[in-house]
Design a protein around this ligand. Structure first.
Ligand code: HEM
Length: 501
């Protein structure tokens, strides 16, 4: 009996080992180079041990394979092709987009009716239609209309900081900027006040934080969903819990009703999102809510954290901060002591500082794609080894934006904060600067984000000097679990009101 059990166990183990081995042979059989890995955990064992984050692991693999156009790795049992050659990035994101139409993300319409309507997770004709609708909500003319609100909120941020300065001059700038972003999104997206500069935690901020920040109850589940979309299909995971969904739709409905009853036309994002849906049904409520929700899930932390990283770099690089302040003050004074839309948008050095901040700290450090149609690639650039690969439908692709942004081959002295590199005409290969992505699925909100960042930073830098403080951690230590580049303990700087100097 004992022998029989032993033989059965041995056969099961041998069979499992054979299956694992077959699977882990995936890249070797296709002639794709890559590091050796362990069964089950693949190349991500260190992530499970909590020693390294996913971005760190991809970045190290990227660096180790200098000269290779791509590298094959295993995210646990899933084969992933890590792209190194910018020409292949161009194929995936633009030229041969037909073979790579999907992001490697998933949300089920029956489980999460709001998030499943987000362009990030959609594909095919539905993606095209939702993307087009959202782009029209964020047209240059609509953003210009919203500028008045964004400018007012930025001024309120300055008053808020001024008040806080009576208690302390050491701040976590991510906290301040998240407050600003919620004010902007609540006003433009839901037609309500965020009240983030008045009370400690407003209802809208609570909702936004629960939705997407690392403090949210489900931060582990969110990370799991991002990194293993196929597994999360099995556990009915939803970003918008029933409670948040109900709250969200109820605020949205009451604002739209109030506007209708009072014949009010407000030129904001909410109005534009509701425009195509004259009939009010649950399905159309979801459609409108999904656009607004996108401001929270895609546009909140991304914009707030990017601004915080930029302020951190300005605190470390005083000469750059002074040069930027001179440009901002000149613009402010030229306009008779205010910031107007056109001139603020034209601030060149500010724009370069923003792009350089996003280059050094890309909010989406790895861009996940999935192959939708068979595709064969052989590099033509002699700087890469002459290897070819046939990518099959369903294969996961990783575009390691962070590693590419820190590759000295594309960005000289990559650890240095040098906005000037973004001021040289044609100085940057656009397939190596991936802060907002490129090609057909490029970020929909980049113009809106740039507008918020420009006016927010213009007010900040005009009024305050930022310096490193004893609490500043240098270099920054990113949260290894969180999929949006974040710093777990905040970004601490010292703030001084320039009028008190
Ligand atoms: C500094 C702020 C932001 C950064 C750095 C950023 C970055 C990105 C990146 C890297 C992508 C992936 C692009 C690709 O796959 O090629 C993306 C996609 C997207 N972003 Fe943003 N984003 C920002 C703000 C926003 C805002 C404010 C919104 C909404 C209003 C937004 C909405 C979206 C959407 C809907 C997509 C998916 C597009 C698609 O798949 O068709 N983003 N963003």
């Amino acid at each position: 009996m004992f022998l029989l059990i032993f033989a059965m166990l041995a056969s099961v183990i041998a069979f499992l080992y054979y299956l694992l081995h077959m699977k882990m042979d995936h890249w070797r059989k296709r002639g794709v180079p890559g590091p050796s890995c362990y069964p089950i955990v693949g190349n991500f064992g260190e992530m499970i041990m909590g020693r390294r984050g996913i971005n760190q692991i991809y970045s190290e693999i990227y660096r180790r394979y200098e000269g290779y156009p791509f590298v094959g790795v295993f995210k646990f049992m899933i084969p992933v092709l890590v792209v190194r050659d910018p020409d292949l990035i161009k194929c995936i994101m633009l030229k041969d987009f037909g073979s790579f139409q999907k992001n490697d993300m998933f949300a089920d319409k029956n489980v999460d009716p709001i998030f499943s309507r987000n362009p990030f997770v959609l594909e095919g004709s539905e993606w095209k239609a939702r993307r087009a609708e959202m782009i029209s909500c964020l047209s240059p003319a609509k953003i210009k209309d919203m500028f008045v609100t964004l400018e007012k909120n930025s001024r309120n941020m300055v008053h808020y900081i001024d008040k806080q300065l009576t208690n302390s001059n050491s701040f976590d700038v991510t906290d301040i900027l998240r407050r600003l972003l919620i004010e902007n999104i609540a006003a433009c997206g839901l037609g309500v006040e965020g009240k983030c500069f008045e009370q400690e935690i407003s209802e809208v901020k609570k909702m936004a934080d629960y939705l997407i920040t690392a403090e949210g109850l489900d931060s582990f589940l969110i990370a799991f969903w991002v990194h293993f979309p196929r597994f999360s299909k099995l556990c009915n995971f939803r970003i918008f819990t029933q409670e948040i969904e109900d709250k969200f739709i109820s605020i949205m409905r009451s604002t739209l009703k109030f506007r209708k009853d009072n014949n009010m036309v407000v030129n904001d994002f909410l109005q534009a999102a509701a425009q195509p849906y004259s009939e009010q049904t649950l399905s159309t409520d979801y459609d409108i809510a999904a656009h607004i929700a996108s401001l929270f899930t895609d546009g909140y932390l991304s914009t707030a954290n990017s601004m915080a990283f930029i302020l951190f770099e300005l605190a470390v690089n005083k000469d750059i901060q002074d040069k930027l302040r001179a440009e901002i003050i000149e613009c402010y004074e030229r306009n008779g002591g205010k910031f107007d839309y056109e001139d603020t948008m034209r601030l060149e050095y500010l724009e370069a500082c923003i792009h350089e901040g996003i280059r050094k700290h890309p909010i989406v450090p790895v861009i996940p794609k999935i192959c939708t149609e068979k595709f064969t690639y052989s590099p033509t650039n002699p700087e890469y080894k002459n290897l070819s690969v046939t990518i099959e439908p369903g294969t996961s692709i990783c575009i390691p934006a962070y590693a590419i942004h820190h590759d000295p081959k594309f960005f000289e002295d990559p650890e240095k904060f040098m906005p000037e590199r973004f001021m040289i005409k044609n100085g940057i290969n656009k397939y190596t600067y991936l802060g907002f992505g490129v090609g057909h699925r490029m970020c929909i909100g980049s113009r809106f984000a740039m507008t918020q960042m420009k006016i927010g930073l213009a007010h900040f830098i005009k009024n305050f000097e930022v310096k490193t403080s004893p609490k500043t951690r240098y270099p920054l230590k990113y949260d290894p679990w969180y999929f949006v580049l974040s710093v777990r303990d905040g970004i601490w700087v010292e703030i001084q009101n320039l009028q008190d100097k």
